[in-house]
Design a protein around this ligand. Structure first.
Ligand SMILES: Nc1ncnc2c1ncn2[C@@H]1O[C@H](COP(=O)(O)OP(=O)(O)OP(=O)(O)O)[C@@H](O)[C@H]1O
Ligand SMILES: [Mg+2]
Length: 352
């Protein structure tokens, strides 16, 4: 069954501390939605509440048409994968995975078939008889994933499942997770504070701040056309440039004028220019600024440019060209159209 999850006006209070301030969120069936936000913004609290491990103070949660607030966690049929693997150390991989099925009194033959299939899916078909301590961290997290999917859950909930792994392993498990989720098509909610993970995995990203949803959208939309400065900066490096706006266009501090792609934005905080969209051209004289610092990063070179009394960032991709030296005069070439950012005010999120 493909199920949607609906969260309505959900609040959570710990003593006087309101940690979730009225969350409204629809998660369409079969999609993977990422909850992204800084440490302490309430991501884990929201996920635990959806899982039923924590009770909401107010508001409700629906699975499809069915309200589940009062359904105990073990009856929600949700698969959980957390930061720590939480495997039983004295049980084999197969027994760790079959545990949830034993609780559900699934017959022996079917259990064996499902455990083998789940282990196969996560690439651990040959590891059934090992103990957790005989596995790497990445393999242990695959066992946790197999344990979550073997129950054929209606919903998968992930809380930073890759954060204990080293960078390379994180990347490869991230790809596998994405492929698996798409193959199984299980409605999934994935918590992270890592923006590249959010963009790589999410059908949709929900940006949170201080117990509220700031905005949500497809990764590419949020990255290219965020409503708020908070989102723009959380999703990656951004030059936020003071803008002199006039009749649908904008004059940049170094003099270039460009049309705006969203001239109707209110409460404007500036123009967003991603470093990869701000090109630089070396010139002998008459440039807009000079290179303060450069950093070769392999696939790209990062530049810090001093112009119009502040520092701008530019990223030049491709490895072929030489790195421009410090002190080099440059012209800045902004994108053809500019995007305005608005200031986010608590309670103004454009969420549901
Ligand atoms: N059981 C609890 N009792 C009191 N306060 C809590 C409890 N659990 C969480 N909080 C508080 O709720 C807020 C949100 O915590 P939460 O763990 O949901 O954040 P998070 O977004 O998951 O952060 P991180 O990225 O660091 O994991 C924090 O201020 C935290 O101190
Ligand atoms: Mg957390």
């Amino acid at each position: 069954m493909l199920a949607s999850v609906s969260i309505r006006r959900l609040t959570k209070q710990f003593g006087p501390n309101r940690v979730l301030k009225g969350i409204d969120l629809e998660i369409p069936p079969g999609r993977l939605v990422v909850l992204l936000g800084p440490s302490g913004c309430g991501k884990t609290t929201l996920l635990r509440t959806i899982a039923g491990i924590s009770d909401p103070t107010d508001g409700g949660i629906w699975l499809g048409e069915r309200r589940i607030d009062d359904v105990p966690p073990e009856k929600r049929n949700f698969g959980l994968v957390f930061q720590t693997y939480a495997l039983f150390p004295h049980l084999t991989v197969a027994r760790n995975v079959s545990f949830g099925l034993e609780m559900r009194r699934v017959g022996k033959a079917e259990m064996a078939r499902r455990v083998a299939a789940a282990l196969e899916l996560v690439g651990l078909g040959d590891y059934a008889e090992r103990l957790p301590r005989q596995l790497s961290g990445g393999q242990q997290q695959r066992v946790a994933l197999a344990r979550a999917i073997v129950i054929e859950p209606d919903v998968l909930l992930f809380d930073e499942p890759l954060s204990n792994l080293d960078a390379k392993l994180r990347d490869s498990l991230r790809e596998d997770l994405r492929a698996l989720q798409q193959k199984l098509g299980i409605t999934s909610i994935y918590v992270t504070h890592d923006q590249s993970e959010a963009m790589a995995l999410g059908d949709e990203i929900v940006v949170m701040k201080d117990g509220e949803i700031v905005e949500r959208g497809a990764p590419i939309e949020l990255y290219r056309r965020p409503t708020y400065r908070f989102t723009a900066e959380f999703l990656g490096m951004t030059n936020v440039v003071e803008a002199e706006i006039d009749a649908g266009s904008c004059r940049l501090p170094w003099g270039d004028v460009r049309p705006l792609e969203n001239p109707d934005a209110g409460n404007v905080e500036g123009v967003a220019i991603r470093p990869e969209d701000l090109l630089i051209e070396p010139v002998e004289s008459g440039g807009h600024g000079t290179i303060e610092q450069s950093m070769f990063m392999g696939a790209a070179t990062h530049y810090w440019i001093n112009a119009a009394g502040r520092t701008f960032r530019s990223i030049a991709s491709g490895g072929g060209s030489a790195i421009l030296p410090k002190g080099q005069q440059v012209r800045l070439v902004p994108p053809a159209r500019l995007h305005l950012l608005q200031r986010h005010v608590a309670g103004s999120g454009s969420a549901a």
